[in-house]
Design a binder for this molecule. Structure first.
Ligand SMILES: [Zn+2]
Ligand SMILES: [Zn+2]
Length: 161
């Protein structure tokens, strides 16, 4: 479940396990398997703090050798929900710093957009299958991680002379 019903939480801390298929968040192009997480919902009256982490596997294509690879991710979630009208809390909002504050008007809070954004922001712009990926030969296109081709040998020789 990714909708949190505030009224079902009493004051104090409760743990919430989540498991979401990537299709539900429209991230199936970059995520393989389910998105799992453990969230701690800490309710203090009309203020609800959610902390925890989510883990998932990104499916990426290496920017150098174009091979597909998986990367396990673990990301923190931290947000504060304030129940009530936005006007009442506007002054306080200015003093809030790093933590995302979300104002809710009713008891149901959907955490999906938060998780969706966290996942998309975690996708690297230039993914590499490994730090020292050798990439492809610009001449024959061979994946040089699998071994050198005649061109790399030639280049190495010409450097010597
Ligand atoms: Zn690579
Ligand atoms: Zn080559």
């Amino acid at each position: 479940m990714e909708k949190i019903n505030i009224s079902s939480f009493k004051n104090g801390k409760e743990t919430l396990e989540i498991e979401i298929p990537p299709e539900k968040l429209d991230v199936q192009d970059v995520v393989k398997g389910k998105i799992k997480g453990k969230l701690i919902v800490d309710r203090r009256g009309n203020i609800i703090e959610i902390t925890g982490n989510i883990h998932y596997t990104l499916k990426l294509t290496c920017a150098r050798c174009l091979e597909e690879f998986d990367k396990d991710m673990d990301k923190d979630i931290h947000l504060i929900l304030k129940r009530g009208s936005e006007r009442i809390f506007r002054e306080r909002e200015l003093s809030d710093e790093d933590i995302d504050t979300v104002y809710i008007m009713n008891d149901i809070f959907d955490i999906s957009p938060e998780i969706h954004d966290t996942i998309l922001l975690s996708v690297p712009i230039k993914p590499l299958c490994k730090e020292d990926c050798k990439g492809l030969c610009p001449i024959c296109g061979k994946n040089l991680n699998e071994g050198p081709c005649e061109h790399t040998i030639k280049r190495a020789n010409s450097k010597k002379t």
